[in-house]
Design a protein around this ligand. Structure first.
Ligand code: COA
Length: 181
């Protein structure tokens, strides 16, 4: 468990499947992701079952701890496409419970994920792609230290028009300088 000020990152549990199915079948969420096909229970169960075999990826849940010791699941995040030789990983994040969006939780979860990626996994570079209309995500990523490195022009067809995919990256040394670690 990775503990932040208001959110923690923890393991993916089987009982989260209903929440994952809700988020990944919601077009308001999936418009920002690569996913566009309906997410089936079978596919989600298979993804969960396969997590233990994934050498190239580490996925975590985003939870808010409650006073009574329980936790509220609000999203998930992870590092995937891990290139162990060059120590590069790609991150992804979904804060699926909409009432918890735009309250700083996603930014805090990404701070924890970067700390995990650089300090525990020993990555040298962390990168991500976001779409040009995802203003909130772009703002949140800049806040934690990602810089825009380039654009794939008209890379995705979403909601009836083409959009750019923005490549963002952060190096371990930049993250250490920013967080003074
Ligand atoms: C992207 C995501 C993880 C960010 O998490 P979050 O908790 O909502 O983000 P935060 O509140 O930490 O930061 C978002 C910032 O953007 C701002 N914002 C959001 N929409 C905005 C808009 N349309 N215009 C300007 N600012 C906007 C928020 O006010 C906040 O800024 P502030 O902290 O200065 O007030 C979350 O919104 C999410 O899961 N979205 C759907 C899936 C997704 O987009 N995943 C990422 C794919 S690359």
């Amino acid at each position: 468990m990775l503990r932040g000020k208001r959110v923690n990152l923890g393991p993916i549990k089987r009982e989260y499947i209903e929440s994952f199915l809700k988020w990944f079948n919601d077009p308001e969420i999936t418009q920002y992701l690569l996913a566009y096909r309906p997410m089936t229970r079978m596919a989600e169960e298979e993804w969960m079952e396969n997590l233990k075999n994934r050498e190239d990826a580490i996925y975590l849940s985003i939870v808010i701890p409650n006073d009574d010791g329980s936790e509220t699941l609000i999203g998930n995040c992870g590092i995937h496409n891990i290139d162990w030789k060059n120590r590069v990983g790609e991150v992804g994040i979904v804060s699926g419970e909409k009432e918890y969006q735009n309250k700083g939780y996603g930014t805090e979860a990404m701070e924890l994920l970067l700390e995990y990626g650089f300090e525990t996994v020993n990555l040298h570079r962390i990168e991500l792609f976001t779409y040009d209309f995802n203003i909130g995500a772009f703002k949140s990523y800049k806040k934690v230290g990602f810089v825009e490195e380039g654009r794939k022009r008209q890379f995705v067809w979403i909601n009836g028009s083409y959009h750019d995919a923005i490549l963002m990256g952060i190096l371990a040394e930049e993250w250490r300088e920013k967080t003074k670690k």
